[in-house]
Design a binder for this molecule. Structure first.
Ligand code: ZN
Length: 151
């Protein structure tokens, strides 16, 4: 079930906000992207189609719940959902709140960091600070919604 070579089998991958036996939700703790959250399947599987149909639905319910709570609490202009696994081939989803004044917009957060003027960097910093202030409420709402999903 777990793979000795795999980072996400051997470590939790970041501060765990919530978990059940099937999956965990972690704070990606990304310096440029406060609120960046990952949903990591517990067992070492690589692709969505390695899961049963029921498991696929269970995983995506959690991914969509994270999206919904980010929208409600962080009020981003866009949510980015992504599953790559090119670097760590263990099934996980990235849920990233995005704003037109963030460091990479409209590029994905994995793109090379674009050049920015001092004024743009100051705006990005202000955005991060205001998002940072909402993180406590976001995490609290997330855990509370995940707990009620479980019942
Ligand atoms: Zn793994």
């Amino acid at each position: 079930m777990l793979n000795a070579e795999c980072t996400l089998c051997q470590t939790v991958g970041g501060p765990v906000l919530w978990q059940n036996t099937q999956l965990r939700v972690i704070d990606a703790a990304d310096a440029l992207y406060p609120g960046f959250t990952r949903v990591i399947w517990t067992a070492h599987v690589v692709e969505m189609t390695d899961l049963s149909a029921v498991e696929q639905v269970e995983l995506m319910r959690v991914v969509f719940l994270v999206e919904q709570v980010q929208r409600a609490e962080l009020k981003p202009d866009k949510i980015n959902l992504a599953a790559f696994g090119n670097v760590v081939p263990h099934l996980h989803w990235h849920v990233i709140p995005r704003w037109p004044d963030d460091a990479h917009f409209p590029q994905p957060v994995w793109a090379a960091l674009p050049q920015a003027t001092a004024a743009a960097r100051a705006t990005q910093e202000a955005r991060r600070a205001s998002t940072q202030q909402r993180l406590g409420a976001y995490h609290q709402a997330l855990v509370s919604r995940l707990e009620s999903l479980q019942r």
